[in-house]
Design a protein around this ligand. Structure first.
Ligand SMILES: [Zn+2]
Length: 846
């Protein structure tokens, strides 16, 4: 399309090395810059086109290989975020040097080169400047060829106040005072060849941990003054995961140093800038002694994920944004491998089933998309950062790894990285490497998962010695236009007959396949180990045989899949609600935290769908379901119990006190919370989130006041977000108003406000008010919040379950399209459609 192509740069000129010098002013929130770019002119041109946005260009000139200078005319094209340098005469092919002087702003939208402020230990507001360039915002900091395939070397110089710290991708070569000023010039070494979106500059007051060496590279964690005490956990996982990856990839860490930097205002979780990874504080800084297991796991996950990117993403990069999954799915997959190796007791691959289920929820929609998807405009690239790229991508890689074998898979990955290091790659290059290494038909298998949206529902039935497998697309809303879609499905089969148990892996490529066994089949597990990205629907007799001996026959992950698939077919209208509730009532003996997570999640969802009278009935059922499990676990840590058991106790008590509304639990939780406030050591840390959520669920103005105080004066980032997001669970109308006001009055960071707003939609008592509040403050929110947060905030609309809400929501977003998340918005609306359809279908359920 001609219009779309305008966003891409011509291929006539390419950069080789940028020398960039920037002088940020943290008082006026502006910066001055100059750059000298060594370029290669491939074809004779009169014009050089590159990217620039929100920059002013003071001068530009080109020096050819003989040192002859040519001035040019500069035209800024704001719509396409480009600068065109046009020359009086044709430039011949060959090397040249482009010199540009420019100025820009340190914006407050958490992208490009942006500003952040925080309260210092002395109570004063402190300024800080940081960057966030992915996907297309390097162009807001310096004119550049802002496409991932145009890799170059970067040499950065920052001129900053003498008392501040300046960080960038590479190590410091020298730091010198600028004579006659209170400024210093910090000169950084050349980086390796890499993409623009990985360049970073950070300026502010910072403290670092002592360097620990990983191979030849020193690793440090940086935080604003006063928070270094929360950095040790990140140092440990940082070192462990970097070492894990060097060994797994069989390639040394490609940078000269690694800084992990906590930034007080940050739009996403973290960003994999080579050698200078930036994080939001909750994703890096944590108190290893007081944080819950889940909070520690989150820090371990994010640090490992970003470290994995130093190879997958930074060393080898997708050619264009349609291939984003090559970066993100791999980093997510590798994060699991590394954390699992570091803390086996956390059983990280088991809890990954929860993420896989989240991806399957979106991928069961008609409005889903294939993992790899065409991208042209910047907002389309921004729309790719979703559960399909990350979690579905990682899930299908895990399925492939299990099918090929872990070592064979790893060898293919090593070959791929070696072949494309310092360069770019496409999906097809990965299949080439895996096929060369394993001699298996990887491409045919994986193309069905990467280029085709959705996933199959595997039907299973038995007749005597015969097992019949079939596949059809799974949809929450049946769609007659789907036709007969097929995947190459790795089936991990376990079958019980009177002569024993058979394990077998096979590839289902046809619509239907039959298998013969030597004896009559008693039972069969079709997604053994739970690695497959598909759902299973057993015939009634097979389902019954699994339900009966579930605890003995099935692993925790398999029990998870069984119940999660059943819930999905319930939402799809293939299973009745009473059958689903009957199945979960059989699980009173269940002791696995992830199995309970899926069940508790479905109960919260039911609590948003059912009417008030039905909810009262649901609460009674849920008290009967949760209470025996809570009695078994008790309220205090039992000697020798695992951290996962402690977490399960918290999850179950939290559910009993909120979605099951159990008065006795609520009273006891309030007592325990008071005891905790007096003496923090008196309560197990994994129980605290449950106590906080129950106190909020049942709380009044006095509790609210305390929570606001806890949020504002928290000792750790985890405590800060715990009390902040708990404000969304209060049910009193006046307190609901206060929380809504917080989302736009500047008291909550814009990195958090959109998510506070999302949580308000999921509170049954607050949702109607939240919806009208968002409608009236929509423009304000668009202006204040980071762009990437808008579609994520809007996910909350799935809580607005009624036909009236649905009509109004559709109308509103018809009039106010969210351009950076049109796919995600369609998905939220379809999820709402499914919930409303269930509400209507279950109208007479009691
Ligand atoms: Zn990532």
């Amino acid at each position: 399309m001609a219009e779309a192509k305008l966003h891409r740069l011509p291929t006539s000129v390419a950069p080789a090395r940028y020398a960039i010098r920037l002088t940020p002013d943290l008082k006026t929130w502006t910066f001055a810059g100059e750059e000298s770019v060594t370029i290669q002119i491939h074809r004779p041109v009169r014009e050089i086109v590159l990217n620039a946005a929100e920059l002013e260009i003071q001068s530009a000139c080109l020096k050819d290989a003989h040192g002859k200078a040519q001035n040019c005319r500069v035209i800024l094209d704001g719509d396409n975020e480009q600068a065109r340098f046009s020359f009086p005469s044709e430039l011949p092919p060959g090397p040249a040097e482009l010199n540009v002087k420019f100025t820009g702003i340190l914006n407050d939208k958490l992208h490009g080169f942006y500003r952040s402020t925080y309260k210092g230990a002395d109570g004063q507001d402190k300024p800080l400047a940081s960057t966030q360039f992915e996907s297309t915002d390097a162009r807001r900091a310096f004119p550049c060829w802002d496409e991932p395939a145009l890799k170059a070397v970067y040499q950065v110089t920052l001129v900053v106040d003498e008392k501040l710290t300046a960080l960038s991708n590479a190590g410091v070569v020298r730091e010198t005072v600028v004579p006659g000023t209170d400024k210093k010039e910090v000169v950084f070494a050349d980086t390796m060849k890499m993409s623009t979106y990985l360049v970073a500059f950070i300026v502010g007051e910072f403290e670092a941990t002592e360097a620990v060496m990983v191979g030849k590279a020193p690793l440090r964690v940086w935080a604003v003054p006063g928070k270094k005490r929360l950095a040790n956990f990140a140092v440990d996982i940082g070192k462990a995961s970097l070492e894990h990856f060097s060994a797994y990839y069989d390639i040394a860490y490609p940078g000269d140093k690694l800084d992990l930097i906590a930034i007080p205002d940050f739009a996403s979780g973290a960003m994999e800038n080579l050698g200078a990874i930036t994080f939001r504080e909750t994703a890096l800084l944590v108190d290893g002694e007081t944080a819950t297991r889940a909070e520690l796991e989150r820090v371990a996950d994010v640090v490992a994920h970003e470290n994995a990117h130093m190879w997958f993403g930074d060393l080898v990069t997708m050619r264009w944004w349609n291939g984003l999954w090559l970066n993100e799915a791999f980093a997510t997959f590798m994060e699991m491998l590394a954390v699992d190796a570091w803390k086996p007791a956390w059983r990280r691959w088991d809890s990954f089933t929860v993420s896989r289920a989240a991806a399957m929820q979106v991928d069961g929609l008609k409005s889903t998309r294939p993992i790899e998807f065409p991208v042209e405009k910047p907002e389309e690239a921004a729309g790719m950062f979703d559960v399909l790229t990350y979690e579905k991508g990682a899930s299908v890689l895990r399925m492939l790894e299990q099918y090929l074998g872990a070592e064979a898979f790893r060898d293919g990955i090593r070959l791929y990285l070696k072949r494309h290091e310092y360069g770019n790659a496409e999906t097809t290059d990965l299949w080439d490497a895996l096929e060369d290494s394993t001699k298996q038909p990887v491409r045919a298998l994986m193309d069905t998962w990467i280029f085709q949206p959705g996933y199959p529902l595997i039907g299973v039935a038995k007749a005597g010695k015969t097992l019949r497998l079939s596949q059809q697309i799974f949809r929450y809303i049946q769609d007659a236009t789907d036709g007969a879609r097929k995947w190459h499905v790795p089936i991990f089969l376990r079958v019980g007959t009177k002569s024993g148990v058979t394990n077998q892996t096979l590839l289902l490529t046809d619509q239907e396949q039959r298998m013969e066994f030597t004896d009559d089949i008693d039972w069969a597990v079709v997604n053994a180990g739970g690695h497959g990205f598909y759902r299973v629907r057993y015939s009634a007799d097979l389902a019954a045989s699994l339900q009966v001996g579930r605890q003995k026959t099935l692993s925790a992950v398999e029990r998870f899949s069984l119940l999660n698939d059943l819930w999905a077919t319930t939402l799809a209208g293939l299973t009745s609600l009473s059958d689903y509730l009957g199945a979960i009532e059989l699980m009173r003996d269940e002791n696995d935290v992830n199995v309970w997570t899926t069940v508790i999640g479905s109960c919260h969802q039911l609590g948003r769908i059912l009417n008030d009278g039905q909810c009262a009935g649901l609460e009674t059922r849920l008290r009967a379901l949760f209470s025996p499990a809570v009695e078994r676990l008790g309220w205090t840590v039992q000697s020798g119990e695992s951290e996962l058991q402690s977490q399960l106790r918290g999850d179950l008590i939290g559910a009993l006190g909120t979605v099951a509304n159990d008065p006795a639990t609520q009273e006891r939780a309030r007592e325990s919370f008071a005891a905790y406030r007096n003496n923090p050591d008196s309560v197990d840390r994994n129980l605290i989130p449950a106590l906080v959520s129950i106190v909020a669920h049942t709380g009044g103005a006095a509790d609210y006041e305390k929570f606001v105080g806890q949020f504002k004066h928290a000792q750790t980032p985890q405590e800060e977000t715990r009390y902040l997001f708990a404000l969304a669970s209060f049910r009193d109308p006046q307190l609901i108003e206060r929380t809504l006001a917080l989302t736009i009055n500047g008291e909550v960071r814009t990195q958090n406000s959109p998510y506070l707003m999302r949580a308000m939609f999921l509170n049954r008592q607050a949702r109607a008010r939240a919806w009208s509040f968002m409608k009236s403050n929509w423009q304000d929110m668009l202006r204040q919040y980071p762009d990437n947060a808008i579609p994520r905030m809007c996910e909350g609309i799935v809580g607005l379950v009624s036909a009236e809400f649905e009509a109004d929501v559709s109308q509103f977003f018809g009039d106010h399209p969210v351009k950076q998340g049109s796919k995600q918005m369609a998905q939220h609306l379809e999820r709402l459609r499914i919930a409303v359809a269930c509400q209507q279908r279950w109208e007479s359920f009691s």
